[in-house]
Design a protein around this ligand. Structure first.
Ligand SMILES: *[C@@H]1O[C@H](CO)[C@@H](O)[C@H](O)[C@H]1NC(C)=O
Ligand SMILES: *[C@@H]1O[C@H](CO)[C@@H](O)[C@H](O)[C@H]1NC(C)=O
Ligand SMILES: *[C@@H]1O[C@H](CO)[C@@H](O)[C@H](O)[C@H]1NC(C)=O
Length: 495
């Protein structure tokens, strides 16, 4: 039946089971000093409980604490270029130019990087890029989301179609740009510009011996000459099973002396140019494996890329509206009525079956059972009852499972399911200049992030990010379901 088509890539690189994120030990109070900010936050939690009769989601945008980051030395928000569309664009000389360089302000420094994994991991990668920009005072330039994992031929999706880029820029106190703001994309591929960039991938991934691929080099009209980052950026030298680099080690390369001292032999670009890494627009091939202190840091309480950046990736209003429409129709709630508070189960199955294979278990013996999910829901309800005094009755299952019998059992359990086929997700939203095939992915992600509870899959970055949203945006509860394959630590958080 259903067209649950999302799938994050499961190459050993990006989807390895991770240690869990422990929401149980981490109610919202643990991360906010008990000052006025905390009081405001607590108020908003109370409001949330009281007004859970209102749409949860319309609220989301207005109740989180202000955490304007003060970035020393930033001046680029004040400018001569007054674009009525958005103050963020003042970080550029003007409207998109034929050559990206003509649009870079001489009083502003920039940073860019690329993506090449499953969608959630790409979101995390962009958050890392923006975070590295924040700590180095550089304006981040993002390119689009690539639907490479969705299937060939699916068009790219602008970041700002999925996330509210104006809100993000405002909250982090720094403009966030899209490459299409900078360079005119209708002529970009013909207007080839050479640029020197750092390859972090070559320094941290010891076996491949080449930069991480930049799939959009041609369409962006770039011709990139790579310089391998110095070996000391690799957090654990010579250790092939960890590919992380620390933000501040990478930051060194963005400053004039750090750059100068680490110049190497640039590799020829596709047009044969050899250029040292750019100073004005510093660029790195791949930043998924960046952290402040700990590998796979998004699962950790302290994750600064979550706390200072990704937390402010709010859904574009249109995206939220579409998901709200789904929820209302699923629950049989009128368009004008509020969506009841609900708990989502994110059952990542599909490609995760590979882990069962590694453990020599059949899928039936390996994946969580319906009873496991039901027990998980009991645990989340208990936490919500204790903490917020609510006990949501509506349970939504989202999964990449294809087996229609499995979905039948889900419905017998009394759980709701977004039915992308009946909803004709692909047909309905095709007109909105967006990859129609990505819609089920986005809608499932918005649904997971908009409830007051999430029962996630251990090792899934999609669960981790959605779980953090549930906790920080709604004051809700996030646990992972137990999973046999993840026998050491991934499910301790279930009470
Ligand atoms: C920087 O750009 C401004 C505006 O285009 C120009 O007036 C100024 O002379 C430039 N400064 C330098 C040092 O190039
Ligand atoms: C981009 O280039 C196209 C083709 O030359 C042109 O029609 C369009 O006006 C340009 N856009 C901007 C913002 O300059
Ligand atoms: C799975 O079976 C293979 C072949 O029998 C064996 O080499 C491997 O160690 C087993 N793996 C586990 C996790 O038990």
């Amino acid at each position: 039946m259903s067209g649950h088509r999302y799938a994050e890539s499961i190459d050993s690189i990006d989807a390895s089971p991770t240690t869990p994120f422990f929401p149980g030990s981490r109610d919202s109070s643990s991360q906010h000093p008990k000052g006025p900010l905390w009081r405001r936050y607590r108020q908003s939690l109370l409001l949330l409980a009281v007004f859970s009769l209102l749409s949860l989601t319309s609220f989301v945008l207005y109740t989180l604490p202000d955490a304007q980051l003060q970035v020393p030395g930033r001046t680029s928000f004040g400018s001569t270029f007054n674009d009525p569309r958005s103050p963020r664009l003042r970080a550029l000389v003007g409207p998109p130019t034929v050559r990206f360089r003509d649009n870079l302000r001489n009083d502003t420094k920039y940073i860019t990087s690329w993506i090449s994994a499953g969608w959630t991991n790409d979101v995390m990668t962009y958050a890392n890029l923006i975070y590295l920009g924040l700590i180095t005072g550089r304006t981040a330039i993002l390119h689009t989301f690539l639907p490479s994992h969705v299937g060939p031929g699916a068009p790219q999706i602008p970041f700002s179609d999925v996330f509210d880029i104006e809100y993000l820029s405002e909250k982090i106190g720094m403009p966030v740009l899209e490459f299409s703001d900078v360079k005119n994309m209708s002529t970009a591929s013909e207007e080839i510009e050479e640029i020197g960039c750092w390859s972090v991938w070559e320094a941290v991934e010891l076996r491949e011996g080449r930069p991480r691929p930049v799939y959009t080099e041609w369409e962006q009209g770039l011709s990139i000459s790579w310089t391998t980052a110095p070996p000391w950026v690799k957090k654990i030298p010579d250790y092939e099973h960890d590919r992380f680099a620390r933000f501040w080690d990478l930051a060194v390369l963005t400053y004039p002396k750090g750059r100068q001292e680490n110049l190497g032999t640039p590799q020829p670009s596709r047009t044969g140019a050899t250029v040292h890494p750019d100073e004005h627009l510093v660029c790195f091939d791949y930043l998924y494996y960046a952290c402040a202190s700990t590998s796979d840091e998004f699962i950790r309480e302290h994750s600064p890329a979550w706390r200072d950046v990704l937390r402010y990736f709010r859904w574009a209003p249109r995206m939220q509206e579409i998901a709200d429409g789904y929820l209302r129709r699923m629950f049989g709630v009128a368009e004008t009525d509020p969506i009841p508070p609900y708990i989502t189960i994110h059952a990542r199955r599909g490609d995760f079956g590979a882990y069962c294979g590694f453990a020599n278990l059949t899928l039936g013996d390996c994946f969580p059972t319906m009873e496991d999910y039901a027990r998980g829901i009991v645990g989340i309800r208990k936490e919500l009852e204790q903490r917020l005094g609510i006990s949501p009755k509506h349970i939504v299952m989202v999964s990449d499972e294809k087996d229609s019998i499995w979905w039948e059992v889900v419905r017998i359990m009394g759980w709701y399911t977004p039915d992308h086929e009946a909803e004709q997700t692909v047909e309905r939203y095709g007109a909105w200049r967006v990859s129609v095939r990505m819609y089920p992915v986005f809608i499932d992600a918005v649904i997971q992030s908009s409830g007051v509870g999430l029962l996630g899959s251990p090792g899934s970055t999609m669960s981790i990010i959605a779980g953090r949203r549930v906790i920080d945006w709604h004051g809700g509860a996030y646990h992972n379901v137990p999973w046999k394959v993840c026998s050491f630590s991934c499910w301790k958080n279930l009470s």
